[in-house]
Structure formats: structure tokens, C-alpha cells
Ligand binder design. Structure first.
Ligand SMILES: [Zn+2]
Length: 96
């Protein structure tokens, strides 16, 4: 989970720029990646490492998704099921 803390105008501008950049990617919108609800204002938007930071330590923007605070806190640093499914389909369980 990544929750940015913004305390000044410069931070708000930087945050808005990152939100716009992430929302402009193909398949993404200005809404929560998990529950698909739209955002009203910048305050409720958080940045989540889709692959938890402890597994993939990167600051790259393409590792982030926009998420509402409840979804971000719910996911915490778990690996999302769709990703687990893709990994299992690709690499198997190793028990063949
Ligand atoms: Zn959400």
C-alpha cells in the first residue's frame, strides 16, 4: 500500500500530475482500479503498487494503479488473485 501524504501546494500539483499520468494509460481511467468507482476530488485517491512493493521494489509509475483508500487498505500488500492466476497458468504449480 502506498498512501501519499500531501501537505503543500507543490505536493498537490505533483500528485495531480501523477494521477493524470496513471489515468491516461490504456485500460486505466480516473477511477479505482479495484472497485471501478470514480473519484470525486484528489483527496480520496491513493497510489497502490499492484505487485506489492516488498516483492517488486520499484518506483516506476507503471507499477502503480489508482485506488480508493478502502480498496488500497483492503488489498494491503497481498498479491492480487488475477496475477496469481496468470502466474500459475504460465509457470504451473511445480508439482507435475
Ligand atoms: Zn476502490
Amino acid at each position: 500500500m502506498t498512501v501519499a501524504r500531501v501537505n503543500n501546494a507543490k505536493g498537490v500539483t505533483k500528485r495531480k500530475r501523477l494521477v493524470s499520468k496513471l489515468a491516461a494509460r490504456p485500460g486505466h481511467q480516473r477511477r479505482c482500479f479495484y472497485c471501478r468507482r470514480g473519484f470525486h476530488g484528489i483527496e480520496g485517491i491513493t497510489f497502490d503498487h499492484y505487485v506489492p512493493y516488498r516483492y517488486w521494489r520499484t518506483g516506476r509509475h507503471d507499477a502503480l494503479v489508482l485506488a480508493c483508500r478502502p480498496c488500497n487498505e483492503d488489498k494491503a500488500d497481498r498479491i492480487p488473485w488475477p496475477l496469481v492466476w496468470v502466474l500459475l497458468r504460465t509457470y504451473g504449480t511445480g508439482t507435475t
